[in-house]
Write a protein that binds this ligand. Structure first.
Ligand SMILES: *[C@@H]1O[C@H](CO)[C@@H](O)[C@H](O)[C@H]1NC(C)=O
Length: 137
């Protein structure tokens, strides 16, 4: 009896998910009220970084890709090694090849100054990638 009720609830959940769609959609306007100038701050830092490193846009897009590759886009590529834990940053595919961390740090610092605790590190990688594409085109 329990199993069949569970099956009915699960089926209803699945059907409603398909009919109603997901609520976790991505949107360009996510920070429009909580950090209005997020794009301006990121763009400003990327424009400065690009003057000394023309490849910074490509490096940041690669960081975003590798961040999303392991269990979704969560900023985990930015973590350092810990006791007994090898970070993604130092794992084989990324060690000595993933780059641009200093610019990500600069962006995070600038955003913390204008909107403390609002913009996530994963979103910084996504925003930096989006803006990098516009800077090199
Ligand atoms: C957004 O931030 C950039 C970089 O700090 C700054 O140059 C620009 O004036 C800001 N724009 C607004 C509308 O605050």
């Amino acid at each position: 009896m329990f199993v069949s009720r569970f099956a009915v609830v699960a089926a209803l959940f699945l059907i409603s998910s398909f009919v109603l769609g997901c609520n976790g959609q991505l949107t360009y306007t996510f920070y429009s009220s909580s950090c209005q100038n997020v794009s301006g701050v990121v763009r400003n830092i990327l424009e400065r970084a690009q003057q000394s490193d023309v490849r910074i846009g490509a490096k940041l897009i690669r960081l975003h890709f590798h961040d999303c590759f392991v269990n979704g886009c969560d900023g985990s590529i930015l973590l350092d090694n810990a006791d007994g834990i090898e970070s993604e940053k130092d794992a084989g595919p990324n060690k000595d090849s993933a780059d641009g961390f200093d610019v990500v740090d600069d962006i995070k610092t600038a955003l913390e100054n204008v909107c403390p605790g609002v913009v996530s590190c994963a979103d910084i990688l996504a925003l930096a990638s989006q803006i990098s594409v516009t800077l090199v085109s």
